[in-house]
Design a protein around this ligand. Structure first.
Ligand SMILES: Nc1ncnc2c1ncn2[C@@H]1O[C@H](COP(=O)(O)OP(=O)(O)O)[C@@H](O)[C@H]1O
Ligand SMILES: O=c1ccn([C@@H]2O[C@H](COP(=O)(O)OP(=O)(O)O)[C@@H](O)[C@H]2O)c(=O)[nH]1
Length: 295
């Protein structure tokens, strides 16, 4: 293993040796858990000044980690050793990605606020609806089936949606995702649990009256096949009957943060800022896998 020799080499070598010994004795599933004992590795400013060692592994269920061992050491200006055979420290995603589900009725403003949060806090915004709409253009049977479900305001097969979300996460280097407009049904949630299985930190629920949502949808003007009064009414019905129980489920776990979405965009954003600032803070200080954020 090649080591770049910047100060404190002995400590770095010892760390790597320990990591390698441990790594070889782990099963893949355990690698992710064992990382906690070694601390985290990353290239963000909050890690500087600390010795950080990370082990990553390709985990089939999430696909979000890469096998490798790396270590980072920084005291003042001297910086970094990493094993050359592996990825640079910035690629060591040594914790489970953070997931926030964003739910609310059609037109409640989920997409609008997700774009702002994504920009401000470095989340990747995955809109389930956008992922599905992109499939429509694939000129496949599946694309045609999705189009017909969306036109009818119905919920697309859970396997299709979960696979699209899963693939988008695997293709991303981001470690935090806003999943917008999903899970929309109990079945969506169960398939997500089975395939991706990462508990959301919390669920942001945009609460808005039907009248306000209807008015917003009718003037959204994005050429969507479902933004017509007939389909809008069907979507409201699906939301009340199928999606609200999912929100209630997460509420029973104490995971729902309700946002009054009937206000002006900037006001809404201001009210959700502190929630996301607190996640950022907890990510800096609490290096545990599977941490639960209680708000
Ligand atoms: N707070 C708001 N007040 C008024 N209009 C809004 C607000 N938030 C979003 N909109 C507008 O309402 C429409 C629906 O918002 P969008 O974010 O697409 O909702 P969703 O993703 O929940 O369907 C868009 O045209 C958007 O510009
Ligand atoms: O997880 C999802 C997300 C969206 N949709 C379909 O996509 C449409 C539009 O959803 P989107 O979240 O884009 O918009 P919204 O209805 O919230 O305005 C829905 O009515 C569904 O037909 C779906 O089936 N599953």
């Amino acid at each position: 293993m090649g080591i770049q020799k910047f100060g404190h080499t002995r400590t770095i070598l010892n760390s790597l040796r320990r990591l390698h010994q441990s790594y070889h004795s782990f099963s893949i599933e355990n690698v992710v858990k064992q990382k906690v004992q070694f601390g985290e590795c990353g290239n963000s400013p909050e890690y500087l000044g600390n010795l950080a060692c990370g082990v990553g592994a390709q985990v089939p269920a999430s696909g979000l980690f890469t096998v490798g061992v790396s270590t980072m050491y920084n005291r003042g200006s001297s910086y970094i050793a990493s094993d050359e055979g592996s990825m640079p420290p910035s690629f060591t995603l040594s914790r489970e990605p953070k997931i926030v589900f964003v739910l609310g009725g059609p037109g409640s403003g989920k997409g609008t606020q997700c774009a702002k949060v994504a920009k401000a806090f470095g989340f990747e915004h995955l809109s389930a609806g956008d992922l599905l709409r992109a499939e429509i253009y694939s000129d496949s049977d599946e694309g045609r089936a999705i189009q017909s479900m969306i036109r009818e305001g119905k919920i697309v097969s859970s396997e299709v949606t979960v696979n699209l979300i899963h693939r988008a996460m695997q293709d991303s280097r981001c470690d935090r995702f806003l999943i917008d407009g999903f899970p929309r049904s109990e079945e969506n949630r169960l398939v997500y649990d089975k395939v991706i299985g990462i508990d959301p930190l919390f669920v942001l629920f945009f609460d808005c009256s039907l009248e306000e949502m209807e008015a917003r949808l009718l003037s959204r003007n994005q050429g969507r096949i479902d933004d017509n009064i007939e389909t809008i009414r069907k979507r409201f019905k699906v939301f009340a009957e199928v999606t609200l129980p999912v929100i209630e489920y997460y509420r029973s776990l104490g995971k729902v943060v309700t946002v009054n979405a009937a206000r002006a965009q900037q006001e809404i954003f201001k009210s959700i800022l502190p929630i996301f600032s607190s996640i950022d803070e907890s990510m800096r200080v609490n290096h545990t896998v599977n941490q639960k954020l209680v708000i």
